[in-house]
Design a protein around this ligand. Structure first.
Ligand SMILES: Cc1cc2nc3c(=O)[nH]c(=O)nc-3n(C[C@H](O)[C@H](O)[C@H](O)COP(=O)(O)OP(=O)(O)OC[C@H]3O[C@@H](n4cnc5c(N)ncnc54)[C@H](O)[C@@H]3O)c2cc1C
Length: 409
């Protein structure tokens, strides 16, 4: 059996893991990052890279390539309630790009910066000694291979068995979003550079605080990324499967009929359970830091998880570089991650949680928000996040901490 020993091992080369590997390499730390897939690999996703990530992507040297390959630049968002009333608001323009390409650009940036990478390596569990993570056993091209490290960053996504082994994984059915995606052709009526989010239509049992169907224009013409996101609980209450839900929406709503009457699915409807949160969970364990979906760090109103994963990766790299310099990988030293990451991520997670709980989840409030927005001077040329923050603080009287993450919606 092969063995190898590194200072830092990153499991998972998604946006979180590759960002961690990039900054570890930049800070001079010996790092190996591994992924079970053969790269480039696709990821079922809406492909939204919020503009709050642009400075980091530029710093990593991958922004230009990603931006050049974007399918669409979103400038406005149409929110449609269950009675099919809607509002249109401006967003900080953000790109939609295929993850097969963009995740690969971030991974390549880490390699260029000096990180070692191994694909087709699947970590199967954690090597534990006296309660401390010491590395992973795994399969490299199906052959057993252990990798030991002073610290392991667990960045292997929402199905992370390593996170479950540590007892770290957060699995709250109210926060678990069922997310599905397909590409569709022949969509009609979409406005260029405008994303549409539809909430549970009338006639469906169950009420989901998060968007249920979204359409993002994709490349030229009539292609779109079609998504379905619904909480586990609401989908159960609806008594429908995800495909039945989609069919219902397509056939029984005004927008569904208008947009999709001549549409065909280009690929299959595919998806997975995405765990979200309102606050970063305990992410540090002796010998390990968990980032991104492995610790349920996606925000819970719009299912954006790439920012949390990348910001987490960058912060983890800084903390680990400091530990490496002092040759001190004790829990207390690693746990500085918790404070720094919570300070960076919690305001955005909390804002989105509040937006979901106090606005999207309350039908009457959502209706009132629509009425209020339409009465504001300048509508429809108003900022989405600015309007949401103003309404929530001035009309609902909520204590809002404004953050870059919240602002970037
Ligand atoms: C339908 C849908 C739409 C979404 N839309 C958006 C969006 O538009 N914008 C947004 O910001 N977020 C979106 N999200 C959320 C986003 O996809 C995730 O939050 C994000 O990918 C998390 O990044 P990550 O690096 O933590 O994990 P991942 O991107 O999941 O990467 C994990 C990596 O680990 C690898 N891996 C897994 N297990 C192992 C193992 N045992 N050993 C080695 N490697 C392993 C995987 O191959 C993978 O490459 C969406 C999610 C869904 C389901």
């Amino acid at each position: 059996m092969d063995k190898t020993k590194r200072t830092a091992l990153v499991v998972g080369a998604g946006p979180g893991g590759s960002t961690a590997a990039f900054y570890l390499a930049r800070l001079g730390v010996d790092v190996l990052f591994v992924d079970k897939e053969t790269w480039p690999r696709d990821k079922i996703c809406g492909g939204v890279y919020l503009s709050s990530l642009y400075p980091m992507l530029k710093d990593m040297g991958c922004f230009d390539a990603m931006y050049a390959q974007q399918a669409c630049n979103i400038e406005t968002m149409r929110l449609i309630d269950r009675e099919e009333d809607y509002i249109v608001l401006d967003v900080d323009p953000f790109m939609i790009a295929p993850r097969r390409f963009t995740d690969d650009q971030i991974r390549r940036a880490a390699i260029r910066e000096g990180a070692d990478f191994m694909e087709n390596y699947e970590a199967t569990s954690l090597i534990m000694r006296k309660g401390v993570v010491k590395g992973v056993p795994g399969l490299y091209h199906n052959e057993p291979m252990d990798i030991e490290a002073d610290v392991v960053i667990i960045a292997n996504g929402s199905h992370s068995e390593l996170s479950r082994q540590l007892g770290a994984f957060v699995d709250d059915p109210d926060m678990t979003m069922y997310c599905f995606r397909a590409y569709v052709d022949g969509v009609e009526g979409l406005v260029p550079n405008q994303a549409e989010e539809y909430y549970v239509p009338m006639g469906v049992n169950g009420w989901s605080p998060i968007c249920t169907t979204w359409l993002n224009p994709h490349y030229e013409g009539k292609q779109a990324v079609l998504g379905l996101t619904i909480t586990e609980k609401a989908l159960r209450d609806s008594g429908m499967s995800s495909m039945e839900f989609y069919e219902y929406w397509k056939n029984n709503t005004k927008f569904g009929q208008a947009r999709l009457k001549n549409a065909t699915l280009i690929d299959k409807f595919r998806g997975w359970r995405l765990p979200g949160s309102r606050k970063l969970a305990q992410s540090v364990f002796p010998g390990a830091i968990l980032i991104g979906d492995a610790i349920a760090a996606a925000e819970c109103a719009f299912e954006y998880g790439i920012p949390s994963a990348m910001v987490g990766g960058q912060i983890a790299a800084g903390v680990i570089a400091d530990c490496a310099e002092k040759n001190d990988f004790s829990f207390d030293s690693l746990n500085r991650y918790q404070e720094q990451a919570s300070a960076a991520l919690d305001p955005g997670l909390q804002f989105n949680g509040m937006f979901r709980d106090e606005l999207l989840n309350k039908e009457e409030v959502m209706k009132d928000f629509f009425r209020w927005v339409k009465e504001q001077p300048g509508y429809p040329h108003l900022s989405f996040s600015g309007s949401a923050i103003k309404y929530m603080s001035e009309v609902l009287g909520l204590d809002i901490q404004v953050s870059d993450n919240a602002r970037s919606q």
